[in-house]
Write a protein that binds this ligand. Structure first.
Ligand SMILES: *[C@@H]1O[C@H](CO)[C@@H](O)[C@H](O)[C@H]1NC(C)=O
Length: 590
């Protein structure tokens, strides 16, 4: 009885499911990327903008281009990440049918070009505007026109020739060629034509993005060279740190075995100078403990987000889907919020802090506020310039909702756990009631100088990779060598830890116990060099111009640098903390 009941149900269910799947398939060819003979293929127009300014993009139809006659398909933004990146697809109106050749056909006409339209087209051509489109998720770029300096005349490309290669039921390649340029003059009518040629190909679907990757740009030789360089640095630094560690530990060991009867602490330490003198102050909580704990908590989270995102990109070929990397990063950021709360909250508790809610709020909102603040500012400028990058209001609401209803509660959970599980101080030496005065020292031993110098080596280990990352973000290159990024990231972490340990050792030897901020800042100063490098990159490696692009560039480079600074600072603090605990645990007191 039950059996047959199940049967009836499944016999009803299965066709229903099949119908649903069919409907879904019909709507979502671009997601399955499979087509049947005679099925429509959609050409989406995305944006148009100056070639040199990759982020300054305008809606394609903000120029007086015309749309084809075909109607009946509409696109909504699929993901928040697309919205955030200013991807705004509009249907081209071209009737393209899978594997059906289309000979040259007029699809629309700009009637009677008036002065306004003429001027806007001239401006765009003069500034070397390119448009961008997508066909089955494959990007297409092409210039809109040509400026002839000799005759001072402007030409507009009016014929779009699409060459599409397909393998069985999948599209594996697409080329667009511009043809038939028309001289722009007041009052002319400009007909637009297109043609589509299909050709069979044996290329594999999974390889279809390969032609966008640029192996001659992302030369493996340069990468290996830079990694070899950094690796040498790592060996040198690790050697230096272990030497310091071994020397300090061995001295103690030798003394303890020789003078076992000399228990008098003051006499023992009285002979020494340097780092042991500050044993009663070294674990004194840093100034501004709330800010410090918040930054370190945030750094743990950002470090994890970076690692996860690079790993995801490495294993998942994320570049084949529009803006999925940003989506993944946002998701990972929200999901790792408890880490922030846990690390920041427990550190604050170990500093003896009482106002933990304030700390939690600062920790969880520091980075989101920074990013949103910059995005908000960019939005104002984008709206003023009518750039497609303007973020829709609903998307902003969604981001705010994520902050308040996902990130904040998760942070709260993390903070409570952190305070209760790891909130007890585990310092090997006690803190004296009265702080020891810090002796005068040479200028190069001042914490600020040490912190400034500390960032040079970590920056040196990453700046070649930085060049590739910048270029893929600010120019038309798809970044895909995530394996190297992962390697460089690990090297950066090691170099930062070693450098900050050395910095802190020098500082403590100068009997200055303010090592927490110094170790954090000497890691974080890497970001300062990255920001300076980004300035160099802007001036010498790109041709960006205009207020919007400049603001956009430096705004987001600032955010990137601050994020990197927090991450490196946290690496530095984690490493130095372990080191300091280690060396002071050999100082026998009490
Ligand atoms: C597109 O252009 C490239 C390079 O010119 C060529 O190798 C490829 O076969 C073209 N694809 C199609 C579909 O025509």
């Amino acid at each position: 009885m039950r059996e047959s009941n199940m049967d009836v149900r499944s016999s009803l269910l299965v066709p229903l499911l099949l119908i649903l799947i069919r409907c879904f398939k019909a709507l979502a060819d671009e997601h399955t990327h499979t087509y049947e003979r005679g099925e429509e293929v959609v050409l989406w127009m995305n944006t148009v903008g100056p070639y040199a300014n990759r982020q300054e993009t305008y809606n394609y139809f903000s120029l007086p281009f015309c749309q084809g006659k075909k109607e009946g398909i509409s696109h909504y933004h699929e993901s928040m990440a697309e919205d955030l990146q200013g991807i705004e697809l509009e249907f081209s109106g071209l009737d393209i049918v899978f594997s059906k050749t289309q000979t040259k056909l007029e699809y629309c006409k700009i009637e009677n070009l008036d002065k306004d339209k003429l001027d806007s087209l001239k401006y765009a051509i003069k500034n070397n505007y390119w448009f961008q489109a997508y066909l089955d998720d494959l990007p297409i770029w092409a210039p809109i026109g040509e400026f002839d300096e000799a005759s001072n005349s402007y030409y507009l490309w009016t014929h779009r020739k699409l060459d599409i290669a397909y393998n069985e039921n999948r599209i594996v390649d697409v080329n667009m060629t511009n043809e038939n340029k028309v001289k722009l003059e007041p009052g002319v009518s400009i007909p637009f034509t297109y043609e589509v040629n299909w050709k069979k190909s044996s290329a594999k679907f999974v390889d279809r993005f390969d032609k966008y990757l640029d192996p001659s740009f992302f030369q493996h030789r340069i990468h290996w060279f830079s990694i070899f360089n950094s690796f040498m640095m790592v060996i040198f630094l690790v050697g230096l740190v272990s030497m310091i560690l071994v020397r300090t530990l061995r001295k103690d060991y030798a003394r303890y075995s020789k003078e076992e009867d000399m228990d008098d602490l003051e006499r023992d330490l009285g002979d020494e100078y340097g780092w042991k003198q500050v044993h009663g102050d070294v674990f004194r909580p840093p100034s501004r403990p709330t800010l410090f704990a918040s930054l370190v908590g945030c750094g743990y989270q950002l470090a994890l987000v970076t690692l996860c995102t690079i790993a995801l990109a490495f294993f998942g070929d994320l570049y084949t889907e529009r803006s999925s990397l940003l989506g993944a990063a946002i998701f990972v950021y929200a999901a790792t919020s408890p880490v922030n709360g846990y690390c920041g909250g427990s550190l604050y508790a170990r500093f003896g802090g009482k106002r933990w809610i304030r700390q939690m709020l600062i920790g969880s909102f520091f980075f989101p506020t920074l990013v949103c603040g910059v995005a908000f500012l960019m939005n104002f400028i984008a709206i003023y310039y009518q750039v497609a990058r303007a973020i829709p209001f609903l998307t902003m609401l969604a981001v705010a909702a994520i902050c308040f209803f996902i990130i904040l509660p998760l942070n709260l959970v993390g903070t409570i756990l952190g305070r209760n599980l790891a909130g007890h101080s585990d310092n090997p030496t006690r803190v004296n009631a009265v702080p020891r005065p810090i002796p005068e020292k040479k200028w190069y031993m001042e914490p600020y100088v040490i912190a400034l110098l500390g960032g040079i080596l970590p920056f040196g280990s990453i700046f070649i990779e930085m060049y590739f990352i910048f270029t893929s973000f600010w120019a038309y290159k798809i970044y895909y060598v995530y394996g190297f990024t992962l390697l460089v990231y690990v090297i950066l972490a090691i170099v930062t830890v070693c450098v900050t340990i050395v910095c802190a050792y020098f500082l403590l030897n100068a009997e200055d116990y303010r090592w927490q901020w110094t170790s954090f800042l000497s890691g974080a100063s890497t970001a300062l060099y990255v920001f300076l490098y980004s300035y160099y990159y802007f001036v010498f490696k790109t041709k960006m111009y205009g207020l919007f692009q400049t603001m956009f560039y430096f705004g987001y480079m600032g955010v990137l640098s601050v994020g990197l600074g927090i991450v490196c600072g946290t690496f530095g603090y984690i490493g130095t903390n372990a080191f300091v605990k280690k060396i002071y645990s050999t100082v026998k007191i009490d």
